[in-house]
Each structure stands twice: as structure tokens, then as C-alpha cells.
Write a protein that binds this ligand. Structure first.
Ligand code: NAP
Ligand code: ZN
Length: 352
């Protein structure tokens, strides 16, 4: 299969509104899968990247790393997928596949740096990668996920980033029946953390800034809601969690949250990437508490998560938008006004 002329939505410069961008996907290599993108989830990382919050963006850049596609072509050595299959692609499109971490199926921790769906460089040609806000995608087969038949395709996209990013720490920290889990921030990642932790049998508390999302949190499966702006409620909740998953997408302090952990409890930062406010070590020392962080998850674990969601009937809460509504969606996401993930119907993107 030759190169594919495709169209996407790109930011042409730092912080610019996204607009149409015509470009080419590479000709299929032996182990490549070509797909038509059907749905693309909108992660807060897409917005951080458009704004170059992390300092590694290039332009034009096509965001999108929660991708559901239909296979339209396969390389000569591809064995796992055939034309017509439904596949998923998340944040990873390649890794060295040779280091100890890749051998342990933890490609997200590749010693030679994994290649991301966007904000990355192809390992062979060094061309910048471009993400899922586009009509077509070409990805090596090892980094494609099989979408279980039971999953609704139009709602599965957010699992590829929000799902795995919250599933992975829940497993790393052995969450199960009897675990007390707090989830800070009820957005894309947060609502998946609630659904997954509750399906694993944990007692789940949403920690949100206002009371606006209380009813939703309980509907999603949370047992309790804690309002972080209410000092008294926060004090009363001291020592009540084994694990806290912090999804806040901005620089913040941890002093209000660390005392919520019980002895030996862990707060895992999955939200903010970069500097945090100064912290006091008092609550760490006095309760032998820990602060940790965690990036997405490996390919095998992502497949396990998809299968787990299919088995348990877990589906993200999605608000379907057209491609040309993306800039408005970014604005709403910035205001925490999304319930709970925007998903772009890629059928809405066509050549003019
Ligand atoms: P999101 O949908 O915008 O949700 C974030 C939630 O955090 C909001 O709904 C809001 O919840 C709360 N929040 C927002 N701004 C806040 C602030 N200034 N202070 C306190 N709380 C605030 O974002 P997302 O897509 O879930 O992504 C969250 C973060 O995770 C982003 O920074 C993203 O880049 C990062 N991320 C990391 C990984 C990883 O591998 N670790 C993977 C994906 C995304 P309430 O209204 O309930 O307060
Ligand atoms: Zn993401």
C-alpha cells in the first residue's frame, strides 16, 4: 500500500486553534496496519500539547491518542489483524522492543524512550508522528489493540488513554475488595478511575472542588464524595485512604491531600506533568506516606484493561462532537465542563 493522503486537524503554532491539515501517512511497512479512524477521544494532554505546556511540541501538530479505527490495509508480515477488524491505538506507537522493560511488556517505560502517537519521532525515518484527529493512521501491529466485540465502538476510545492511565496504578497498588481509593478531579481520567476502582471492589471516594458533580459521581459508582474546598470535610476525612489517584491537570500543592492517606498510603500523580507547588514532608514522615506517579500502561496491560471493561460492561461517559467543534471542546475541558469525555466522530471530517 502506498502513502495515504489524509486530512486531520492540527495546531499550526503554539496555542493556535486547530484547523484542517492535509498530510500523508507512510507507505505500509511489513509489520504495519493502516486504518480509517472512526472515533478519537479528547484528552487534556492534547490541549497541553497544543499549548506546548511540556516544551516538546512541534508544529503543525495533530493531537489525539485515544483512537478507534477500522483496518483498511495490512503489511505483508502482519498476522494479528486483517482488513475490516476494529482496532485501538493509544499513546504508544513504537518502542525499542529490546530493553528489559519492553521485554516485560512495559513499553511505556522503554529505556530508549517509547514513541508517542504525537509529540514523537518515527524510529526509522525520524519524521514527527501525528495523532488521531485525522482520517487515517498507520501503526505497527504490535501497538494496535484488539477491540472486544462487546464494547460499543463509539464509546471505547477514552479507554485507550484515560482507561489505561487509571487502570495501571490500580493494579500496581493492588486495589481490590477492601481498598479505600480516593480520586481527585472528576474529569476524563477521574471518571474512569471511579468506574475501574469500583469494578475492582474498592470503596471509592471522589474528591472534587465543588458539589456540582456529586450526583454524577455517585451514579458513576463512587461511594462518597469529598469537597476539597470544604476544610472541615477534609479534616474529617484524614487517614481514610490507602490510595489516592490525583488527576488534576495543573500545577498544585499536595498539602491538603496527603493527610487524607492512611499510614503507608500512596498518592499517585497521574495528572500534572512538571513542577508542583512546594510540599511539607510532615504528613509523609508522620504517616510513612508516599507520593508516586505513573505513565499510561503497557500494551499487554492495555489489552487486559479492554477485555476487563468488555467483561464488566464498563463504558466511558462520552459526549460526541464533530471535528469542527474541537476548539469549543478544548475551551469547555479547560473549564472542567465535560461529562466526562469528548469523543470526535471522525465521519464528520471530510475533504472539502
Ligand atoms: P480533565 O478531563 O480536564 O479532568 C481534570 C479534572 O481535574 C477536572 O474535571 C476537575 O475536576 C479537576 N481540575 C481541573 N482543573 C483543576 C485545578 N486547577 N485544580 C484542581 N482540580 C482541577 O482532564 P483529563 O483528560 O482527565 O487529564 C487530567 C490530567 O492527566 C492532564 O494533565 C493530562 O495531561 C494528564 N494525563 C496523564 C497521563 C499519564 O500517563 N499520567 C495520561 C493522560 C492524561 P473537578 O471539577 O471534579 O474538580
Ligand atoms: Zn491522554
Amino acid at each position: 500500500m502506498n502513502t495515504i493522503k489524509t486530512i486531520g486537524y492540527a495546531a499550526y503554532s503554539r496555542g493556535a486553534a486547530l484547523s484542517p491539515y492535509v498530510f500523508e501517512r507512510r507507505a505500509l511497512r511489513d509489520n504495519d496496519v493502516a486504518m480509517e479512524v472512526l472515533y478519537s477521544g479528547v484528552c487534556h494532554s492534547d490541549l497541553h500539547t497544543v499549548r506546548d505546556d511540556w516544551g516538546w511540541s512541534y508544529y503543525p501538530i495533530v493531537p489525539g491518542h485515544e483512537i478507534i479505527g477500522k483496518v483498511i490495509g495490512v503489511g505483508s508480515k502482519v498476522t494479528k489483524y486483517k482488513i475490516g477488524d476494529h482496532v485501538g491505538v493509544g499513546c504508544l506507537v513504537d518502542s525499542c522492543m529490546e530493553c528489559d522493560q519492553c521485554h516485560r511488556d512495559e513499553e511505556q517505560l522503554c529505556r530508549n524512550q517509547p514513541t508517542y502517537s504525537y509529540s514523537g519521532f518515527d524510529r526509522i525515518t525520524n519524521e514527527p508522528t501525528q495523532g488521531g484527529y485525522s482520517k487515517h493512521l498507520v501503526v505497527r501491529e504490535e501497538f494496535c489493540l484488539r477491540i472486544p466485540e462487546k464494547l460499543d465502538l463509539s464509546k471505547a476510545a477514552p479507554l485507550l488513554c484515560a482507561g489505561i492511565t487509571t487502570y495501571s496504578p490500580l493494579w500496581t497498588w493492588n486495589v481490590g475488595p477492601g481498598s479505600r481509593v480516593g480520586v481527585i478531579g472528576l474529569g476524563g481520567l477521574g471518571h474512569m478511575a471511579v468506574k475501574l476502582a469500583s469494578a475492582l471492589g474498592a470503596e471509592v471516594t471522589v474528591i472534587s472542588r465543588t458539589a456540582a458533580k456529586v450526583a454524577d459521581a455517585l451514579d458513576l459508582g463512587a461511594d462518597k464524595v469529598l469537597i476539597s474546598s470544604n476544610e472541615k470535610e477534609m479534616l474529617n476525612a484524614a487517614n481514610s485512604f490507602d490510595l489516592i489517584i490525583d488527576t488534576i491537570p495543573a500545577k498544585h500543592g499536595l498539602d491538603p491531600y496527603l493527610p487524607l492517606l492512611d499510614i503507608d498510603g500512596t498518592l499517585v500523580i497521574v495528572g500534572q506533568v512538571g513542577p508542583m507547588d512546594e510540599i511539607s514532608t510532615f504528613p509523609l514522615l508522620l504517616g510513612r506516606r508516599r507520593i508516586a506517579s505513573s505513565p499510561i500502561g503497557g500494551i499487554r496491560e492495555t489489552q487486559e484493561m479492554l477485555d476487563f471493561c468488555a467483561k464488566k460492561g464498563i463504558v466511558p461517559e462520552c459526549e460526541m462532537i464533530r471535528m469542527d467543534q474541537i476548539n469549543e471542546a478544548f475551551e469547555r475541558m479547560e473549564q472542567a465542563d465535560v461529562r466526562y469525555r469528548f469523543v470526535i466522530d471522525m465521519a464528520s471530517l471530510n475533504y472539502k
